[in-house]
Structures are given as C-alpha cells and as structure tokens.
Design a protein around this ligand. Structure first.
Ligand code: GLN
Length: 289
C-alpha cells in the first residue's frame, strides 16, 4: 500500500492508520470503525483482537485480501455485504447482495410484533417478503410457540433466509415458501408482518448510490407512489388472517394516510400509524374484525 517499499513490514496499526485516512478521503463517515471491522473480518478475528495485537504483522496474502476488500468498500459496496454478516436484535445473520440490508427501523417493527403475539400460546405468523429472514427468524427465536411462514419471490433471498434459520436454530418452526406475495400462501395467520418494498419508483434515483447500486431493487421498488406492493398485500390480507388477527407493515414517511385508507377499504379496523425513533411515519397496524 501507498508510499512504502515492497517487502516492508505492515502491522495491524500501520494498516489501520493507512486505511482510516484512505476511507476518510473517500468520504466514508466512520473511517476508523470501518477499517477495523474490515481488517478484523479479513484476519478472522474480532475487533478487540486488533487492539490487543497492534504490532502483529500481516502476511502478503492477508494484505492482498484486505486490499481487495478496501477497494470494493471505496467503490461503494456496503460494509455489511463485504463482511457478509449483520446483527439484528441481538442475533447474527448472514448477508449477501441478494437480500436487503436490515435497517434499524425494522428492528423497531419486530419489537412491536413481539408485543402483538402472546408468548404462551400457539400462534401462526406470516412474514411477507422475508429477504434475509430477520423478521421471521427473530419472532421464532423470541416467541417459543410461534410457527412462521416466510415468503419471498427471490430464490436467492430464500437461500440466505434458510441459512439464517439454521444458524439461529429455528428451522423447525419456519416454513419457507417461494411466492409472489400471497399467490402460493395457504392458511390463516394471527399476525401478518411485512417490510415490503415501499420506495416510490419516482424516487429510486434519489436513493444513496450505495443503496441504489448494491441492494436488490425488488426489495426497494414499491412502484408508483411506493404503495403498489402494499396494495397487493392489502388485497390478500382478509383471506389469510384469523378473526382478531393483526397486520403490521413497515411503510415510508408520508404513506400513513394512503395505506390506512387502503386497509380500511378492504375491511380492516383499528388502523393506526406509528412513528419510528426519528419521528417518521413508519408502521401501520390494523386488525381483522
Ligand atoms: N428503508 C429503506 C430505505 O430507505 C427502504 C426499505 C423498503 O423499501 N422496504 O432504503
């Protein structure tokens, strides 16, 4: 890497300092943190280990691998895809570009879902558009008696989700199904939960390039006004929800009113919009009469 003669020894400390500066110049918001995360990943150690052995030299092979990763990060590949792993509500999940990177807002949604289902009863929950599986898997992990059906239209996403169910040891309570929303879904559920694509097609081009160029479009593109996928969900909800069951959706800011109207039109009741921690309209909850 820059400025040193070939064969000079590079230690963990040298590499971190160099990479921090390089990332900072590239406009990466947390340059030191990302440098540490990527180096720890390359060396298969945790971050603490880097602090404990700052003088550890890197082998040429480690340096070469790290250089590749740093290059990709600088070119805009999201950190989570490079590391291939994320934390979500305290659990570990594998991640690849075939599934959306879980957002903190979705953690907030799962917290709500956990309050909507009783812990001590057998319940059935449908996770529509499961992606990497974080929603359904967290529910299965934290609610010992829930049975989950997790649906996605992408085979690639379903493969990742299945790996994550195995990793978190809940595969026995999750059924994965390749389906375009309700198309192949059977049965009725106590809770239907979804983080559908809800970015308005007109606004896709305004997304940050890291999102736009690296995350799956199918997980973001909500069609005209961002509510086309939600409209498909609304259309199937009555048929697949138990009486008294609940629908919980993640939505975009400003979609509270159109989505509420859509849900009332299909006969759901007690429709309410809730805001996330940054005070944006983010969740809609409705009940089946
Ligand atoms: N919150 C995501 C974003 O703005 C959108 C996720 C979605 O469409 N479900 O990048």
């Amino acid at each position: 890497m820059g400025g040193r003669t070939l064969g000079a020894t590079w230690t963990v400390r040298d590499i971190l300092n160099w990479t921090r500066t390089y990332f900072k110049e590239a406009g990466i918001v947390q340059p030191r943190l990302e440098a540490e995360i990527l180096l720890a990943h390359t060396l298969s150690v945790d971050r603490l280990h880097l602090y404990l052995s700052p003088d550890r030299p890197l082998t040429p092979e480690e340096r070469a691998r790290f250089r590749e990763i740093v290059k990709k990060r600088k070119q805009g590949t999201p950190l989570q895809y490079l590391v291939g792993e994320v934390q979500f509500l305290g659990l570990r999940f594998r991640l690849r570009p075939g599934a959306l990177i879980p957002r903190p807002e979705t953690e907030e949604m799962v917290m709500r879902a956990l309050r909507l289902l009783p812990r001590d009863q057998d319940t059935a929950c449908l996770d529509l558009g499961t992606g990497s599986g974080v929603i359904g898997i967290c529910l299965a992990k934290y609610l010992p008696r829930v049975m989950i059906t997790a649906v996605d239209t992408s085979t690639e996403a379903l493969e990742i989700a299945q790996e994550n169910a195995d990793l978190n040891q809940v595969s026995d309570r999750i059924t994965f199904l390749e389906s375009d929303w309700f198309e192949r879904v059977e049965g009725v559920f106590d809770l239907i939960v979804s983080n559908p694509p809800y970015v308005a097609r007109e606004e896709l081009s305004h997304l940050p390039s890291e999102v736009r160029n690296h995350e799956p479009r199918v997980a973001l593109d909500g069609g005209k006004g961002g509510v086309e996928a939600i409209s498909r969900i609304a259309g199937g909800v009555r048929e697949h929800m138990r009486r008294g069951g609940t629908l919980l959706l993640e939505i975009g800011d400003g979609q509270g009113q159109p989505v509420s109207e859509m849900l009332e039109r299909v006969g759901l009741v007690d429709v309410r919009v809730e805001r996330d921690l940054s005070e944006k309209e983010r969740f809609v909850i409705a009940r089946c009469p």
